[in-house]
Design a protein around this ligand. Structure first.
Ligand code: EPZ
Length: 419
């Protein structure tokens, strides 16, 4: 069991390179099932969720090999199955993303319902109704999804909510459908644009990603390719918030401000000086953050729900109050009790959380409750006097290659302790 030991109170000074995006590489790994060839993914982050996806591909008879620190080569030509075991489905909630790709490749699929997670129930009704629109027969009795799609047929599919996962699943299934599929009310996240980039590099005809209408011309044979995964905008947001929390001057190589403009807008309001160019994003913060206008999470291009806990941690010592409204998940304030152990003053009522800025925070033993809540504890620890012990760090390892390494590169006193 490992812990992170962070000693707060010193300003940050340094630079680090932003890892590849977890929420882009996961659907891209599922999309490799659509290609008859070898795929080389560069800038691929070494994460627990990537390991879980590799295990799913290997369980289907495919091969995957690390060719260097961040290059993963995948070959799905040897695919021989269409079922994903319950154990593997439980390892990672976003494993539902494999459904559309397996259906498109094999004409059938058998997956157990992906578990809920720390954020609350994670239904996939939008995924299933969209796949049924494309002609899939799905029997979801007894916790296992038995899916058959002898012929997927392209058509217009309207999402009642711009679900990221459902958009991605339907893009992948549509590659295996005859004719053109248009996904209306599609999610617009940058990771959807990256998935379109990958599919296009494999010879697919996909357009519209980043807008609310994505079109896919199905029935094309896709070949392998070499593709570089986009930088992780939430990891970048994490380190910008670390600078806002502790003060200091940092540079994030590869970070792209256009992917996180709602986060940088709030940080500028809090008093940070942020500058960006094609190399990355620079951030300089001094003293306690100023109070900011209410932060409401929403689908992209709104404020990202994944940055809510992280920004909250950065504003614990703000001069005044900060109001948050979490509109995407029903259980995404589990980090609040742990932050309170460090002296934070936060009141939660339903979807709203009100942070009243305090003069001081103090180090304490705290426990990760989920991926981004765990990262928030690290951000808060940087501003706390004394040492903070963060345990259950497995949650953080799902989405950050090595948060202690990156924080040290930015000048923080952070180390991992294997118990
Ligand atoms: C993706 O999850 C991300 N995960 C999440 O990041 C992110 O928080 C989320 O998008 C929103 O941006 C990956 O990309 C792997 P949704 P996803 O479908 O696809 C409800 C992280 O920390 N919903 O847009 O599951 C759902 O319950 C993770 O990196 C349905 O009701 O998000 C949620 O309340 C956490 N039915 C809301 O929509 C469905 O069929 C948003 O879900 C699908 C979703």
């Amino acid at each position: 069991m490992s812990q992170l030991i962070i000693r707060g109170g010193s300003r940050l000074e340094g630079e680090t390179e932003i890892q590849g995006a977890k929420n882009s590489v996961l659907p891209i790994l599922a999309a490799t099932l659509l290609t008859a060839g070898q795929v080389e993914l560069r800038g691929c982050p070494r994460l627990r969720d990537v390991d879980a996806s590799v295990r799913i591909l290997e369980g289907l008879g495919c091969t995957a090999r690390w060719e260097g620190p961040d290059t993963l080569t995948v070959d799905t030509r040897s695919l021989e199955g269409c079922a994903v075991s319950e154990a593997l489905m439980r390892e990672m909630r976003s494993s539902a993303i494999f459904l559309g790709a397996i259906l498109a490749r094999c004409g059938q699929a058998e997956l157990s319902y992906p578990g809920g997670c720390e954020l609350g129930p994670r239904p996939i009704d939008l995924h299933l109704s969209g796949l049924r629109d494309l002609g899939a027969e799905i029997d979801d009795a007894g916790g296992v999804l038995h899916c058959k799609a002898l012929r997927l047929r392209g058509r217009e599919v309207v999402l009642s909510f711009p679900s990221v996962g459902a958009t991605e699943n339907l893009m992948l299934a549509a590659c295996g459908a005859s004719g053109v599929t248009t996904i209306a009310n599609a999610a617009r996240e940058p990771e959807i644009v990256d998935l379109q980039g990958f599919l296009t590099a494999c010879g697919a005809r996909v357009s519209g990603a980043g807008t609310s209408t994505v079109s896919v011309e199905g029935g094309r044979t896709l070949h392998g390719c070499t593709y570089t995964v986009m930088p992780d905008r939430i990891a970048a947001a994490t380190y910008l918030c670390a600078a806002a929390s502790a003060g200091g001057e940092i540079f994030l190589r590869r970070a792209r401000e256009e992917h996180l403009s709602t986060v940088t807008a709030v940080l500028r309001e809090a008093g940070c000086a942020i500058r960006s160019d094609e190399e990355g994003v620079a951030c300089a913060c001094r003293g306690r953050p100023a109070a900011v206008r209410p932060v409401r999470t929403a689908p992209y291009p709104g404020f990202p729900t994944d940055a809510q806990a992280i920004l909250m941690a950065a504003l614990l010592r703000c001069r005044g109050a900060a109001v948050f409204e979490e509109n995407m998940f029903e259980n995404r304030y589990r980090h609040v009790d742990e932050l309170a152990r460090m002296g934070a003053n936060i009141r939660v009522s339903g979807r709203a959380a009100v942070v009243t800025g305090v003069e001081r925070l103090h180090g304490a033993p705290v426990r990760c409750t989920d991926l981004r809540g765990g990262a928030a504890l690290c951000v808060a620890a940087l501003a706390a006097e004394g040492e903070t012990e963060v345990s259950e760090t497995g949650h953080i390892d799902r989405g950050y290659e090595d948060i202690a390494r990156d924080l040290r590169a930015l000048g923080a006193e952070a180390r991992r302790l294997e118990r």
